[in-house]
Design a protein around this ligand. Sequence first.
Ligand code: AMP
Ligand code: MG
Length: 337
Amino acid sequence: MEILQVDAARPDETAIARAAETLRRGGLVAFPTETVYGLGGNALDAAAVEKIFQAKGRPARNPIIVHIGEMNAIPDLAEHWPETAQKLAARFWPGPLTLVVQKNNRIPDVVTAGGPTVALRMPAHPVALALLRHCKLPVAAPSANRSSALSPTRADHVLRSLGDRFDLLLDAGPTPGGLESTVLDMTQTPPRLLRPGLAALADLEAVVGSIEITRQLDGPVEPRRSPGMLNRHYAPNTPLTCVDGDGWPRVCELAGKALRVGWLTFTERDTLPGNVIAVVLPDQADSCATELYAVMHRLDQLGLDCILVDLPPPRPEWLAVRDRLLRACAGADLSGL
Ligand code: AMP
Ligand code: MG
């Protein structure tokens, strides 16, 4: 496995050419996007995409987003490209928005988990765009981490999670957005939100009108903590639990049992028990998104007994951050601590 450092704003041509060549010959390349690092393979090469599933330990039923560098790639990938998709793409691409449409039969089944639809996105990161435009291939790329673990926002997160299960890493420093793309199902009217993400719902609705939200995305914490209601995902190895409002009483309770506690909070405290490590998160949703995974990666390496997270308020701008936090703590059980 090879690591190439590239400038995030003006990536070096030779590094990009080398990565493109790796993709063309069926290899896997980890590369930065404006959301998180992705693990890419040629989307038209079933064997390459199979390697992505193996490297991640990803269940075969979970389809992968296909990344493109030019709009003219769409007719080869989508059987039908709705006008609403065109409007959204015109406004938000390149950017952190993924559009699910009817797939063309050129796309191998392994990419779409056997389903009739494909998820498409044109990423905005200069390195990702340069790579896609150089290799002239659609690139299937989920986040560059083992399945259901924390997403990587830095090259060292990728290496710690995937080791050498891929061929080449383009290291361009931290990813600016820090959270995954918003995923919309465009095969229905109105479009349906499949995953909240960096593209804000209100901005999308301003372009295409109302968007359907069927899954309960942002309910109270308690019922959602029970296993089975949500798949554990985006999760650190350390048991993590979310608290609606101020987690201080719970922190004190756990610290009183001599446990080593990590605490993600929005409120600064002057004094803390010695066995508590607190990190104050930015109270702006977009800055918080940028830092969230990096902070969780850091706490996860400290060998703590548990991590407690104060949830941000249930307001629209916090939808994606709350979704990731609730998924990260789904099924985690601190009751025995
Ligand atoms: P990740 O690859 O980890 O960023 O996750 C990609 C997200 O997009 C997952 O939630 C997938 O289930 C979703 N996705 C990818 N392809 C499709 C598709 N064809 N239909 C619906 N959802 C999809
Ligand atoms: Mg992922």
